[in-house]
Design a protein around this ligand. Sequence first.
Ligand SMILES: *Cc1c(COP(=O)(O)O)cnc(C)c1O
Length: 385
Amino acid sequence: MENNLLHSISNELQELEKQGNSRELHLITQQGNMIQQEEKSGYNLSSNDYLGLARDTALHEEFLRSMSRDNAIFSASSSRLLTGNHVLYAQLEAQLSHMFGTESALVFNSGYHMNMGILPAISNKRTLILADKWVHASLIDGIRLSAAQHFRYRHGDYAHLEGLLAKYASRFERIIIVTESIFSMDGDCTDLSYLVRLKHHYRNILLYVDEAHAIGVRGIKGLGCAEEQGCKAEIDFLTGTFGKALASLGGYLVCSQPIRDYLVNKMRTLMFTTALPPINLMWSLFILERLDSFVDQRRQLQKNSALLKKQIVAKGYDCRSESHILPLIIGDSKAAVLKAEELQRNGFYVLPVRPPTVPEGTARIRLSLTANITTSLIHQLAANL
Ligand SMILES: *Cc1c(COP(=O)(O)O)cnc(C)c1O
């Protein structure tokens, strides 16, 4: 039995190796924007620290000055439903609902916990989930764990979505449309206001939007694409993560009070896990309180993205990004690995993204920009593409 398992997994690993799709964990050290991986080092173009806040030492120092031995608590030691619900949760959630103008908010241990937990909690057999084909793995896992029926519409293809609605809407009690606002692999954006209009044509549609890559980055106040498109209030489940531009850890949902109350009763990934450490909640709150002030970083990120996109397109690559995430689509997995290695040799820390993370034949290098990359470095990078 044991030998059988070892035999079959080593075969599978060899197969992955042959296809150029094998993965491993690299040891990384970071200094400012530079990354070192064993003997290689380069400018980090694979980070989700879009505004540069995770590396902002002045900000860290300001935060540390607000800490004392009494409020530096490193573990919640319990689930939120038992004794882990520190008063900072109330402050953080009040801050979120104040900023978004919603009745309430709920914070989770990570975006993964959030997406994996909400959908199963709010669905039953009479629910239909319609999800964009390219939504994040955490949403797919949430859908799989739910009792709902589901279909995935072709990426960004709203005609396909409308066709599915016309066919199935009347057969289900409730329909949940699930999408991201900025997609993590192509960097393209969802037309949220269109989905809001669509929702109003039916009586039983709820919208679930994951702003993981947009929170902090988009909108005047940094509240995401829903702020930018003026439709925050129309999205029933508006979610995001603290782990990317917000430079912390955790997930959040802004929603109505009944939805929050219901999730507290039903959501397994909220109930059966140790709460976030108070020190982490404090840092998240510290960042949120300053979020509307990072206007220059948001503007700079937008400028940087437009410049790099122009260069990528000029080199003949197909690039449909509308954000700071810019794919360099190579096609073949091995070719993508080689291209990434070449860029690494030239001082740019980039990583290949291969199937099954992206569709077969669209292996790529995913460039993710930050606010503090310089124009001359963008030109240098472009010269290497
Ligand atoms: C990163 C990401 C998540 C996961 O968030 P974590 O806080 O890192 O667990 C969820 N959804 C999307 C779209 C993401 O990009």
